[in-house]
Design a binder for this molecule. Structure first.
Ligand code: UDP
Ligand code: MG
Length: 339
């Protein structure tokens, strides 16, 4: 029975989360101990400047082989950080989680259970969602677009509390594009997906690491990483707009023939208005083209997505993991090596 249970890797990107880290680690360790499975917690320091780095190092020295710190040399963004974490994972089920305690670590159990039922990807839906109205509305729109273009009905692509089976993570690691949006990438390799409802808390400390600009960037990553459909849409849209333009021209000509030149001249401002719409559409189209070209450029350069400065605590487990929740029998190193 026991050997059927999966080994668990938890990947947490950390960017200036010193105020949340201690509680996060205690709650994660307690939860993992409760699951009674072999586990590892991989903390990826995404270029923090606030002491998170030292805390990660200290934690991985305290629990070597259990808490593993991957220290990136600078800030590469949440999704790059998670990919760095993935590269280090050994577990059969990989769970991602935010460091700010908005996703309660206790919910990991639910996700793992669901993944063990045989689902490739287990997403989660935040109920009730505790974010600003702007974030909630934006998020709902994005989810709709993603659902339409991936054909996979998941309701909350923004929630990073997710579980993936090993083969999905391996597939993702073979993808070399720089702008990744992990939940969408994962779904493109998944056959069976499921969702569970999870609690959502307000950010426990610190501010969101996403400014409006970073959010906009993320949405473009999402859009262009997912599909080239917008490019095709540009053709269709361009066709419709030109057809409309021709039709409108003919209409103006006709009216001019019937009512004379004055009629057409007084329509000059309408023309301006329409012109602006078309110019706008062109800029939009060019911008979108630019987005893809920019991404092609950075993929062609094929720079590494991140640079790992140091990995700490990756050695064998030294001693049982006791965080005061009642110590559990800890798997021996031999069992761990089989991971
Ligand atoms: N994060 C990161 N690098 C970044 C931005 C964020 O590793 O450049 C991490 C951050 O520490 C947190 C997670 O990504 O663990 C989600 O960030 P945040 O809570 O700020 O996002 P929000 O909840 O506002 O979407
Ligand atoms: Mg958050």
């Amino acid at each position: 029975m026991k050997n059927k249970q999966s080994t668990i890797s938890i990947v947490i990107p950390v960017f200036n989360e010193a105020a949340n880290l201690s509680e996060l680690l205690v709650r994660c360790l307690k939860t993992c101990n409760r699951m009674d499975r072999v586990f590892e917690i991989i903390l990826v320091d995404d270029g923090s400047t606030d002491g998170s780095r030292d805390m990660i190092e200290a934690a991985s020295n305290q629990y070597p082989g259990v808490i593993i710190g991957i220290l990136l040399n600078r800030n590469y963004g949440q999704h790059a950080a998670i990919m760095a974490g993935f590269a280090q994972t050994k577990g059969g089920i990989i769970v991602t989680l935010d460091a700010d305690l908005q996703n309660p670590p206790e919910e990991i159990i639910k996700l793992v259970q669901k993944a063990e039922e045989g689902f490739d990807v287990v997403g989660s839906v935040r109920v009730p969602r505790r974010d600003t109205l702007f974030r909630r509305v934006a998020s709902r729109m994005v989810n709709k677009v993603v659902q339409m273009s991936t054909g996979i009905t998941m309701h909350d692509y923004g929630c990073m509390l997710r579980a993936y089976r090993r083969h999905i993570v391996s597939a993702m690691m073979q993808c070399s594009e720089r702008s990744t949006f992990i939940p969408v990438l994962a779904n493109s390799f998944a056959r069976h997906t499921a969702e569970v409802e999870v609690q959502h808390a307000e950010r426990s400390a610190g501010d969101s690491k996403y400014s409006l600009w970073k959010l906009i960037n993320l949405q473009f990553d999402l859009l262009t990483s997912m599909t080239t459909f917008p490019l095709r849409l540009l053709n269709v849209l361009g066709g419709i707009i030109s057809a409309f333009g021709v039709g409108f021209g003919l209409f103006l000509l006709l009216m001019r023939l019937i009512y004379g030149a004055e009629w057409a001249a007084s329509g000059v401002f309408t023309l301006f208005a329409i012109l602006f719409i078309f110019i706008g559409a062109q800029f939009l189209a060019m911008g979108l083209l630019g987005e893809y070209i920019g991404r092609i450029y950075s993929d062609v350069r094929a720079r590494p997505r991140y640079f790992v400065e140091r990995i700490v605590g990756a050695g064998p487990r030294a001693h049982p993991v006791d965080v005061g929740a009642g110590p559990r029998a800890c798997p021996s190193d031999d069992r761990r090596r089989k991971m």
